[in-house]
Design a protein around this ligand. Sequence first.
Ligand code: S3P
Length: 176
Amino acid sequence: MRIFLIGFMGSGKTTVGRPLAGALGLHFVDMDHYLAETQHKTIGEIFEAIGESGFRALERQTLAELSLAENTLVATGGGAPCFSDNIQTMNRAGTTIYLQLSPEGLAARLQHGRDKRPLLRGLNDEELLSYIRTTLAQREPFYGQARIIVDCDGYSDAQIVEKCKKAVEFMPRNTK
Ligand code: S3P
């Protein structure tokens, strides 16, 4: 089995992904963490060195590698499904789960995670909400191609893990 968790920055892909992988008996890989380790740089340093387009090329390459990993749950970067043919790659290789949140829900979760994310660095509260609204609207058509969509607004991380687990268990066996 192979699962890809997708969703906007701050949607909880890593926080939910790790216990979900444990509950399903899968290995857990955080894609940004894996990419940063292979490049020996932080995501911020990669953006500074080769810009967003360079980062997207590395992201595509990393996803191609991780699409071959067996019995693995991959927490992807927020932009990963929205560039190149990445969403098709994920849908071919395994089960995609979209952690869906409203712009307000995401802004609340991103209050303290701004500085380590190059695309959010330096935004004030108002700018953050407006960035999320605009970017989420552009990305929804890609996120919406996920096989499973989980509404996360108002739920705790533990409840979201449970919702995802049930959705996966509910899938017909030959499609997992
Ligand atoms: C990005 C999301 C980040 C990281 C990079 C770009 C995006 O991952 O891949 O900063 O374009 O949404 P998280 O979703 O884990 O923050």
